[in-house]
Design a protein around this ligand. Structure first.
Ligand SMILES: *Cc1c(COP(=O)(O)O)cnc(C)c1O
Length: 356
């Protein structure tokens, strides 16, 4: 317990999420928060520029219809199956409150996105950690027990490991009494989306974001896809919290991002190519590299401490992410950069490992 007499009990007991460093210096090679190394589509920038006018005095559309329509077009959905939020973190927050707060604990992996336990604290949602297997894969059989809901990222973070769609289908076959949330922040880097299962399962909710594969982390746009009754639950929370989570610029930028399929595919492919190349180069330096379907790799080295490597890389101007957490404290999570950034990382590592 900390704080003072003005703080509510719940605030005193919160254990907030700690985001990766956003350094003020610009000459660093920033491979620590899974941002896209390529800028957003030029059409996104044009659309936002074209909207910089006096209409900013007006509130945005509270329902975000133009963006829902663009997402519906892209995935072949109905707009009643889409919920929009100010980044998928906000979408997730509403999900914890609207759909995961029940008597039974919700289930999520012991190694996963560290915001989930934070939301459980904020919304007083009981939870139970389900350990990943030794090789850090998620085993759906481990989730076959009474629960108030299930949530995991696919690919998982920070491991990058992908769960095949057939496994998600099998989990849903077995688990129909509570909501299953698949957080697809990284799905566009090589996975198969569970959106195709939404029509079959009324308890499935798929979450995506424009922050990673569409290079718009700074714009704050995320969304959920599910059957209309789940979406309605989220709309009820949203309209009891903030009716205008997306501003006018975010909406037009988001529409342009979905409509520019060519740029999206090109940049995703460039990241995937770099991931495969970086993975083999890191392996050549002796790292064990988990197979990744995301825009980052999760690596460990038998001879060097991850904390030391991370600190030394920082000294040399390269920032990666190290989690001081049991089971993964010997791993580094490295975001895929542009080819020249990846090369800088490898060059610095090669020198470091010579004298560490
Ligand atoms: C990045 C990330 C998010 C949050 O994305 P925003 O839309 O930027 O809030 C959610 N889940 C996972 C697993 C992520 O890695």
């Amino acid at each position: 317990m900390s704080g003072n007499k003005y703080w509510s009990k719940i605030v005193s007991e919160l254990d907030p999420y700690v985001p990766g460093e956003q350094p003020k210096l610009s000459n660093l090679v920033k491979l620590n928060t899974n941002e896209n190394p390529y800028g957003p589509s030029p059409k996104v920038l044009d659309a936002i520029s074209a909207s910089l006018d006096e209409d900013l005095r007006l509130y945005p559309d509270p329902n975000g219809d133009i963006l829902k329509q663009a997402i519906a077009r892209f995935y072949g959905l109905n707009t009643s199956q889409i919920f929009l939020g100010n980044g998928s973190d906000e979408v997730l927050a509403h999900i914890f409150q609207a759909l995961l707060k029940h008597k039974h604990p919700i289930l999520f992996p012991d190694i996963t996105y560290s915001f989930y336990p934070v939301y459980c604290g904020l919304y007083q949602v009981p939870y139970e950690l389900v350990p990943l297997a030794e090789d850090l894969t998620l085993q759906v059989d481990d989730y076959k027990k009474a629960n108030g809901g299930i949530i995991f990222p696919n690919p998982n973070a920070p491991t990058g490991r992908l769960l095949p769609l057939a496994d998600i289908d099998a989990l849903l076959q077995h688990n129909q009494e509570s909501v299953v949330v698949v957080d697809e922040a990284y799905i566009d880097f090589g996975g198969e989306s569970a959106i195709t299962l939404v029509d079959r399962y009324p308890n499935l909710l798929v979450i995506q974001t424009l922050s990673k594969s569409r290079s718009l982390a700074g714009l704050r746009v995320g969304f959920a896809i599910g059957q209309p009754l789940l979406i309605e639950a989220l709309e009820r929370v949203k309209n009891s919290f903030n009716s205008y989570p997306l501003d006018r610029l975010a909406m037009v930028g988001g529409v342009a991002a979905f409509d520019d399929k060519g740029y999206f595919q090109e940049t995703c492919e460039a990241v995937i190519d770099s991931r495969e190349q970086l993975s083999s180069e890191l392996s050549a330096l002796g790292f064990q590299v988990l197979p990744s379907a995301a825009n980052f790799v999760f690596v460990t080295h038998p001879k060097y401490k991850a904390a030391d490597l991370s600190a030394e890389l920082r000294e040399q101007g390269v920032i990666v992410r190290h989690f001081k957490q049991a089971r993964i404290d010997q791993y580094l999570r490295i975001t895929i950069g542009r080819p020249e950034q990846n090369k800088q990382l490898l060059d610095v590592l090669a020198v470091l490992m010579g004298h560490l």
